[in-house]
Design a protein around this ligand. Structure first.
Ligand code: NAD
Length: 479
């Protein structure tokens, strides 16, 4: 039986809820106990076609809606989301298993990000340049790119759908969004808030179902003018290739494998106090999670001891229990990945300082884990664990640490801790990463761009760059 606390699931197309009618379904599961939350209907080909047609129609109207009106609708939707805050929190904890405090943090970030985008709608500026014709006008304007297809993952489902929606709508685009098949609830609640705020039908459509089929259908359509994807790097490569066939631009926010360089002049107690909650936030399923800790010789042993002690003290359990600090992994795939990566590391001579095992048999709980002495050729040093595993290695020489930090094909987030300003400058210059945190893990600022380099993707969300991603440039020369 579906859970009464959960939300009804449906396709949201052209202002209508579509479900049943022989549509295939798949279960949405509570990762804490394996209970069924709801049955998710899959979009049919006719649904996807209807979504495309209504998105195109709605775009023609929405692009002409004045920026202040677009902004007012986005901000009204956000106000409604604020009123419904605790419902969102419940859905996030049910679907992802995250502790209530983390679900609240995600909703706070979602709301901030959407407010930022809503306000930015009013600040989309073009410019004029001097014409070379005697009475000419040379105008450079910024226009919405067109209907967008967006794809979001399961780890931070409200934030990663909400910020895409708000930025695209702020720019004057329509959007068809597919949330993860494992966490569709919060995206439907966001769409409801927009409908209640007066967003015209079709400007935002939500489709659910088989990711490969939906992404292929939408991205191959000439209606779609922009793709925005957050998720695994291998999937990102497939979608970028599909988009390239239509020469459709893509914003890609893919995987990471964040290094953390801890220098011998850092305040170790403060670094551990910041690192442990950030490592195990969302059970480690964050693309900016600190993962490879490189700690300088003189402070290495103290760091390991303090980090391991703090990790052992983490209370793992039901996200709805206010005492819980880490919930379950979000799905059975992550559990299998943890087993595989940890066994491989141990087979390569790694030392297990703590953790390493599943907890219980019902849901997907896993022990917060610390691995030491992991050689660089172990899988976990190369594949993003996306789970509750910290890897601590030592270094002597700063150049060596920077080289190790940069050796992977990823570059989303990188961190360093030092009290020496020269070192801080060198680290910020040398780390190959879209985001660098010096003496902080804090990137939760919607006014700053969020995005990676190398195989972590291209383009940014948030910041002025996040709106720019949905705009094209036009040069009009009037003689
Ligand atoms: P997976 O390969 O099972 O992919 C599942 C995710 O990708 C789902 O969100 C799914 O909807 C989407 N997806 C899969 N195929 C797709 C397709 N053809 N078109 C559109 N979407 C598609 O991976 P997983 O087990 O869920 O996660 C494993 C890895 O994914 C992690 O190690 C991490 O690197 C990455 N990841 C990154 C982020 C991020 O925020 N950047 C979020 C989630 C997962």
């Amino acid at each position: 039986m579906p859970s009464p606390e959960y939300v009804p699931l449906y396709q949201w197309i052209n202002g209508e809820r579509l479900s049943g009618a022989g549509r295939e379904t798949s279960p949405v599961i509570n990762p804490f106990n394996g209970d069924l939350l709801g049955e998710m209907p899959h979009a049919t080909d006719a649904d996807l076609e209807a979504a495309l047609q209504s998105s195109q129609r709605a775009f023609r109207q929405w692009r002409k809606t004045p920026a202040w009106e677009r902004s007012a609708i986005i901000l009204k939707a956000v106000e409604l989301m604020r009123e419904r805050f605790e419902q969102f929190v419940t859905i996030l904890t049910l679907e992802v298993g995250k502790p209530l405090a983390e679900a609240r943090m995600e909703m706070g970030l979602t709301i901030d990000s959407m407010i930022w985008a809503g306000e930015e709608a009013k600040r989309i500026y073009g410019r004029t340049v001097e014409s070379r014709l005697p009475h000419g006008r040379a105008i450079i304007s910024r226009e919405p790119i067109g209907p967008v297809a967006a794809f979001a993952p399961w780890n931070v489902p409200a934030l990663l759908t909400g910020r895409k929606i708000a930025a695209a709508l702020a720019a004057g685009c329509s959007m068809i969004i597919k949330p993860s098949e494992e966490t569709p609830g919060s995206c439907l609640l966001i769409a409801q808030a927009f409908a209640d705020a007066g967003l015209p039908a079709g400007v935002l459509n939500v489709v659910l179902g088989d990711p490969a089929h939906i992404s292929r259908t939408l991205i191959s359509s000439p209606v779609i003018r922009k793709v925005s994807f957050t998720g695994p790097t291998p999937v990102g490569k497939e979608l970028a290739a599909l988009a390239a066939e239509q020469v459709t631009p893509v914003t890609m926010e893919l995987g990471g494998h964040a290094p953390v360089i801890v220098c011998d002049d850092a305040d170790i107690d403060a670094v551990v106090a910041a690192s442990v909650p950030n490592k195990f936030f969302n059970a480690g399923a964050s693309c900016i999670a600190p993962t490879r800790f490189y700690v300088q010789d003189a402070v290495h042993d103290a760091f390991v001891e303090k980090f391991t002690t703090a990790t052992k003290a983490i209370r793992v359990g039901d996200g709805f229990d206010p005492a819980t600090q880490m919930g379950p992994l979000a799905n059975a795939r992550r559990l299998a990945a943890m087993d595989r990566l940890i066994a491989d590391a141990l087979g390569h001579g790694a030392i297990l300082a703590t953790g390493g095992k599943r907890i219980g048999d019902d849901g997907f709980l896993f022990e917060p884990t610390v691995l030491l002495n992991v050689p660089e050729d172990a899988q976990i040093m190369n594949d993003e664990p996306f789970g509750p595993v910290a890897i601590i290695s030592r270094f002597s020489d700063m150049d060596d640490a920077i080289e190790k930090a940069n050796r992977l094909p990823f570059g989303l987030a990188a961190y360093a801790f030092t009290s020496n300003t020269t070192r801080a400058q060198t680290l910020s210059d040398e780390l190959e990463s879209g985001m660098v945190g010096i003496n902080t893990y804090y990137f939760g600022m919607p006014e700053a761009p969020f995005g990676g380099v190398k195989q972590s993707g291209y383009g940014s969300e948030n910041g002025t760059e996040g709106i720019d991603a949905y705009l094209v440039t036009k040069f009009t020369h009037q003689g």
